[in-house]
Design a protein around this ligand. Structure first.
Ligand SMILES: [Zn+2]
Length: 412
């Protein structure tokens, strides 16, 4: 018989249509799936089920970290407060050349998974080199993950000869498929300026042939549109579109330097976008036009980016930052309200990754990816609105329990 668990005595945010708030709710889990949820029924007998008392806290779907480089937790705080080119060329690239190997990737991915699970993240979208070792560590940690093999036209850890980067990525996809039902392989072409036209096209074709997500950093820094305009005569987005790369299975990360036309193109092609406000702020990359993107109907998720540019993988602070940053730059307190930000961190992020039918909300039939957040802290009291509480007041350390596929992976 399948294991049955009932989480009860909490306020439920399902993140389903209409964003209901269900007080004194329960969620029944059967095996790895959500079987039932709703308001408590007095006198109902849960015989045979293991009971988890939410202690009056908030029960909600696990958070989706739409963009990270998990092994980079090894570089947390290594080089801060520097211009991007100095940071990258004088610190990060040399450190990567020195420190990245199968053992360090496995060790620090496992570390990042512990950090994410403790902070209520049940799904992450990763991209790095030696990704098969990261994928194994993510599978072992029990987190749901999209594991993207890094592709770049320079010698990289695990792929010293860039001419075989696509063949290497193909092998990665085949190998990772068999690893765990929770880990989905993906191709992560680093950027339009570190991958040639041929590499980008071959990477996308490989992703398309295998039905996997194609990820790319796009229009991150102010210099990038100029570089692409000079070499390709097009905006970053128009260039990627000219290569036939943009479709609903392509994930565009950052999208800071876009114009109206670019947003129209992304909307037309149906690509997901991941917004990483803290990384963009720390590296002084700029502010992505997220309110314009959501107004145009784009699916935008949230991501922490790697630890070298954040310096943590905390989706609570990422939501808080996203909500406040755009209000300040637009001089408009109504943009990026708490509900929008929580959607970005859950169901919209899951949809952007192609996992919208699997995770990101609480609905019978979906994976039991659920967290419980403590609301008894002084900073959480009183709780007039649970959406505001989660986005503006809660901290990662308020997470009491994190469940992925019906298994408790963190408990405080
Ligand atoms: Zn990144």
């Amino acid at each position: 018989m399948e294991n049955e668990i009932v989480i009860h005595n909490g306020t439920l945010l399902t993140m389903e249509q209409g964003l209901p708030v269900i007080k004194n709710a329960f969620v029944r889990i059967k095996g790895d799936k959500i079987a039932e949820c709703g308001p408590a029924v007095p006198g109902r007998n849960w015989e045979g089920a293991a009971l988890i008392d939410a202690g009056g806290g908030i029960i909600m779907p696990g958070l989706v970290n739409g963009h990270t480089h998990t092994p980079m937790s090894m570089f947390r705080g290594l080089a801060d407060d520097l211009p991007l080119d100095v940071w990258l060329h004088e610190h990060i690239f040399p450190a990567e050349a020195r420190e990245i190997n199968p053992e360090s990737v496995a060790k620090w991915t496992a570390h990042s998974c512990r950090e994410m699970l403790a902070g209520g993240i049940t799904t992450c979208c990763d991209g790095y080199f030696l990704e098969s070792h990261a994928a194994q560590a993510m599978a072992d940690a029990g987190i749901r993950a999209v594991a993207g093999q890094g592709v770049i036209d320079y010698p990289a850890p695990g792929v010293p000869d860039p001419s075989i980067n696509i063949a290497h990525a193909k092998n990665f996809i085949e190998k990772t498929r068999a690893l765990s039902p929770r880990v989905t392989p993906s191709i992560f072409c680093h950027s339009p300026y570190t991958c040639s036209k041929q590499t980008l096209t071959a990477g996308k074709n490989l992703a398309r042939d295998n039905g996997v997500l194609f990820q790319i950093h796009a229009a991150e820094t102010r210099a990038e549109p100029g570089m692409i305009k000079e070499s390709r005569g097009l905006s970053v987005i128009a260039y990627l579109d000219s290569l036939g790369i943009l479709d609903p299975d392509t994930l565009l990360v950052h999208c800071v330097w876009l114009d109206e036309k670019d947003i129209e193109v992304i909307a037309k092609r149906g690509c997901g976008v991941i917004h990483c406000p803290e990384s963009n702020m720390k590296l002084a990359s700029g502010v992505a036009p997220v309110p314009d993107m959501t107004a145009a109907g784009l699916t935008v998720g949230l991501g922490t980016d790697g630890c070298a540019s954040n310096n943590d993988q905390d989706m609570f602070s990422e939501m808080d930052t996203a909500a406040k940053l755009h209000k300040a730059v637009r001089l408009d307190p109504c943009v990026m309200d708490a509900r929008t930000c929580l959607k970005m961190a859950t169901i919209d992020g899951a949809t952007a990754l192609g996992l919208g039918d699997v995770t990101g909300s609480i609905r019978p039939g979906k994976a039991a990816d659920i967290i419980v957040v403590d609301t008894t802290g002084l900073h959480m009291t009183p709780m007039h609105d649970p959406y505001s509480g989660i986005v503006y007041a809660a901290r990662a350390s308020d997470v009491l329990l994190t469940m992925v596929d019906g298994k408790v992976r963190f408990k405080r």
